[in-house]
Design a protein around this ligand. Structure first.
Ligand code: SF4
Length: 189
């Protein structure tokens, strides 16, 4: 059976982020049609208002001629992106993902911003720099040439395989499981 995803769960940078955190999560989301209910701190982080984003860009001193906040982009195959800020300086575009809180491990957030770069590049929209910000500090910044887009492509392909498979991925429990919201319905528990 091939699962037809709603626009909310079509391949998106958000779903890639969840996949990188744990490959089981996108399977649960798409097969059980359930998504983690945001906690207060998650809501605070996810629903940053434009004032906070403007303040962040200003404090970081990132250069731009024009800027678009919360830019919504619909790509072919129903791929929907919402990017916190897109800065244009001369003919270069920088995409910025803004998180409120600092985190020790954030490979999932890096995957999110790199997925933006991959999907936009793939669909002919130029990206020259990607920036990830946590608590008003830049924690990751790369030129597009420094990003391994092939790895992101493979990650998206693996994600697609998982969500189109009737059976959950074969993975082992990790320390993340103890605090995971999906634990009660996770097939490996
Ligand atoms: S309980 Fe563990 S394996 Fe299951 S979704 Fe959560 S982190 Fe992944």
């Amino acid at each position: 059976m091939v699962y037809r995803l709603s626009p909310y769960t079509s391949i998106s940078a958000w779903l890639v982020k969840e996949y990188v955190y744990c490959p089981m999560i996108p399977w649960i989301i798409t097969h059980y049609n359930i998504v983690e209910q945001p906690t207060t701190s998650m809501e605070d982080g996810a629903n940053l208002d434009i004032d906070y984003k403007e303040e962040t860009i200003k404090e970081l001193g990132l250069p731009y001629d024009t800027i678009a906040y919360e830019k919504e982009i619909l790509l072919p195959d129903n791929i929907f992106l919402k990017i916190d800020a897109i800065l244009r300086k001369h003919n270069e575009y920088t995409i910025v993902e803004i998180k409120r809180y600092r985190r020790k491990g954030y490979s999932d957030q890096k995957a999110q911003v790199k997925t933006y770069a991959y999907l936009l590049t793939k669909h002919g929209k130029p990206v020259h720099n990607v920036v990830l910000v946590q608590d008003k500090k830049i924690v990751y910044k790369r030129r597009i040439e420094e990003i391994d887009l092939e790895t992101i492509k493979k990650t998206i392909e693996q994600l697609q395989k998982i969500i189109n498979n009737d059976k959950p991925p074969k993975i082992k429990p990790t320390r993340k499981c103890w605090s995971c919201w999906y634990r009660k319905i996770c097939p490996i528990h």
